[in-house]
Design a protein around this ligand. Structure first.
Ligand code: CA
Length: 733
């Protein structure tokens, strides 16, 4: 690292600045450490522009309200922490600004922590203008936080966060009994950018407290932030303390909800949720006592159940602190739910969560259903303890006291939000003066906010290959277009970028697999196979071969597999020959198979059982198979998601319009959404489903089950009959 002399930069306006205030420019960690003990109120320590690799800074000091001690960059955005880097601060009236963390990850549990050790934390301190961009531990299962806020009266503002992919809530407010519990933090004007589904619990973006201390008030304010395509898991903001305010935030196409998980007396108001019809976009989930939800605008939210636009949960009588305290004395008024897929009162009702909400007021809300459907669900007679009044609902359905069902004509106002045209509805739904934050008002102006980062299949250069030419495994990316003919492949093709392998015309090119693996996916890799024939007759006679195999090391990125118009043949020369074999620490964001044929497979087309722990990791978020044929395939899909945690949307499995002859087992354990519709099974092993997570949805309908045993559905945790719709299946001839 460069060594610069410590120099005092003259203060800008000598007249206004106390004579003792100094700016100190430092160029390496050793100089920084030497300077820190000498810092006086009003001083600024300036990090020299450049890369700070493997730098762990400890910033201590005591400033004053009028003369804080500042740590900043020589120029905003030009000080970049890489490698294993972190920053810890402790003291009073500290300001940290204009730093970037990229191309690395935290050496310990936090990137930035408002404490240096268990006894020293920060108060009245501010972290502002920080960028943390994909600063991820390469093992997605290793948990860390990007910002851990300890102490009291601290703030994180105007910062930019994007692309957290490993486990652990991105930003946590830590409240523990040897620190101030009434900690009055502010989280405002931040950009919380795109983040993919994690595939386990611990994918929250903000968590305020934990259940242990949730009986006390934090008085933290989360306001004027933008959450954009910020997925992770079911909770975007997880409130686990009392007396907090979540207001004026914009949630844009983000899967999950603001969840009042633990703690009472929280206020959620003036937020704007724009789901734009994206699946699993949610609003606000209400648990506990004295919660107020008002003047929130929600448009195009597609979430249901726990992720409904508004979900008021059933509670557990005499609930342990970490379960579900019943809802009581909630006020939910003047919210607008436009084109909502679902509004659920009594969500999660089951044998344990048997206490419906009580003494709750739900009034003056304006509601229209998505596609004219009725979004209102009162689960398990949960409406009895809720006073519904003056709500207006535009959807056909049964008369419900407290709701006027009528058509509502809407017009978009200058603020971009929809309001009823009829002046009689002027006092229903959100107020006219509601506005939402813009992209320009959050984060920093010197670091670009991302466009969508997903590279589509078929993008990039098209490389045409003819038989006899080697399939170079070095630069596989973009599109490989195979001319008709035979392609022997003797060593695995290593895929590190989105790659499409296409035969023109379809069915004319055959890849002859001659090694245990044909495609090896590594970090960054995704694979589309279109129109190709994979023939594995020449593969070695050893157990555990695979056409596609995920990395032996964990993969941070959620990879994708797309198989269309393809044929797979002779995968039976050795036992347990899979088409897709997966490894721990990897997650398929999407696996889609269409119009393809699989014949003689001794293992599984999709072997998704590598994760077996109770933490609830799993191998694929979404699997969709349609219009395909499986002949003498031992197993079509073997999927496992262990544990009972309810933090994820996946895994999901859809199988439709396909034909199965011989074998063709479908074994799903812990899958949350299953649809097996309109298939023909002949002499097949059958469908076995085990439910373990939350409230699964399983539909097995309109299949022909010829000389095939009926589907078996078991409940591993839920006390009661198996929850599945199994209907209109025929035995065939
Ligand atoms: Ca969670």
């Amino acid at each position: 690292m460069r060594v610069l002399a410590i120099i005092a930069i003259s203060t800008m306006s000598a007249g206004a600045t106390p004579a003792s205030a100094r700016d100190w420019l430092v160029g390496d960690v050793a100089r920084f450490e030497k300077m820190v003990p000498r810092l006086q109120p009003g001083d600024t320590i300036v990090l020299a522009d450049g890369e700070w690799r493997d730098a762990s800074l400890i910033f201590r000091g005591d400033g004053t309200a009028h003369r804080p001690i500042t740590l900043t960059a020589q120029h905003p955005g030009r000080v970049v922490f890489t490698g294993k880097s972190s920053l810890k601060l402790a003291g009073r009236h500290l300001v940290v600004s204009n730093l970037v963390f990229r191309d690395g990850h935290a050496p310990g549990s936090d990137v930035i922590a408002f404490r240096t050790d268990a006894k020293h934390w920060a108060e009245h301190s501010r972290v502002t203008g920080i960028v943390i961009d994909r600063f991820n531990n390469p093992d997605r299962r290793r948990e860390d936080h990007w910002i851990a806020i300890y102490g009291s009266d601290n703030s994180v503002d105007h910062s930019h966060f994007e692309g957290k992919k490993n486990a652990g809530a991105m930003m946590v407010v830590v409240r523990q009994k040897d620190m101030p519990l009434d900690n009055r933090l502010r989280i405002d004007h931040n950009y919380f950018g795109p983040r993919p589904p994690l595939g386990s619990n611990g994918g929250e973006t903000i968590r305020i407290g934990t259940s242990t201390e949730s009986g006390s008030d934090s008085h933290t304010i989360v306001e004027d932030n933008l959450f954009e395509e910020c997925d992770g898991e079911v909770e975007i903001v997880s409130v686990k303390s009392g007396g907090n305010i979540v207001r004026r935030n914009l949630f844009l196409r983000s899967q999950g909800s603001v969840v009042l998980r633990h703690g009472s007396g929280n206020l959620v108001e003036d937020n704007v949720f724009l789901g734009q019809g994206v699946a699993r976009t949610g609003g606000i989930r209400v648990i506990n006592e004295r919660q107020t939800i008002r003047n929130n605008y929600m448009e195009g939210l597609a979430g249901t159940d726990f992720t409904s636009a508004i979900a008021v949960m059933n509670g557990v009588p005499n609930s342990p602190v970490n379960r579900y305290m019943p809802v009581r004395w909630a006020t939910i008024e003047r919210n607008s739910l436009i084109g909502a897929a679902r509004l659920t009162i009594g969500a999660g009702a089951d044998a344990e969560r048997s206490q419906p909400p009580r003494e709750t007021r739900f009034a003056g809300n304006l509601i229209t259903g998505a596609g004219g459907q009725d979004p209102l669900r009162l689960e398990a007679d949960a409406g009895g303890g809720v006073a519904f009044a003056g709500n207006v609902l535009d959807a056909a359905g049964a008369a419900t006291p407290g709701f006027t069902r009528r058509s509502i004509k809407l017009a978009r106002a200058k603020n971009g939000l929809l309001y009823p045209v009829d002046p009689a509805l002027g006092a229903v739904g959100v107020r006219r003066d509601l506005s939402h934050i813009t992209r320009e008002q959050v984060g920093v102006d010197w670091y670009a906010k991302p466009a969508s980062r997903t590279v589509a299949f078929g993008e990039g250069p098209v490389i045409r290959i003819a038989p006899g030419q080697a399939l170079a495994s070095a630069k596989l990316g973009g599109v490989l277009e195979l001319a008709p003919g035979e392609y022997p492949v003797t060593t695995p093709l290593v895929v590190r970028h989105p790659l499409t392998v296409r035969a023109v015309p379809p069915g004319s090119a055959t890849l002859r697999q001659q090694d245990a693996t044909l495609f090896q996916l590594e970090e960054g890799g995704s694979l589309a196979l279109d129109g190709v024939v994979i023939d594995a007759a020449g593969a070695p006679n050893s157990a555990g071969n695979a056409v596609i195999r995920t990395s032996t090391r964990p993969m941070l990125g959620n990879y994708r597999i797309l198989v269309t118009n393809a044929r797979f043949e002779h995968l039976d020369g050795a036992p347990r020959f899979d088409v897709l074999a997966t490894t721990p620490g990897t997650l398929a964001g999407d696996v889609t198979i269409r119009n393809s044929r699989f014949a003689e497979v001794s293992g599984a087309v999709l072997a998704l059982t590598a994760e077996t722990g109770k933490e609830g990791w799993y191998g694929a978020e979404q699997v969709t198979i349609s219009g395909s044929q499986f002949d003498e395939v031992a197993t079509i899909a073997d999927m496992l998601r262990a544990g009972t945690d309810e933090s994820t949307f996946g895994p999901r499995f859809t199988f439709s319009g396909s034909a199965v002859t011989g074998g063709g087992a479908i074994a799903l354990s812990g899958v949350q959404e299953t649809s097996i519709v309109g298939n023909r099974f002949r002499d097949a092993t059958g469908i076995r489903i085990a439910h373990s997570v939350g409230s699964p949805h399983t539909l097995i309908r309109g299949n022909i089950l010829e000389r095939t045993p009926p589907p078996v559905v078991r409940e591993l945790a839920y006390q009661g009959p198996p929850r599945a719709v199994i209907a209109d299946n025929e035995k065939g001839l």
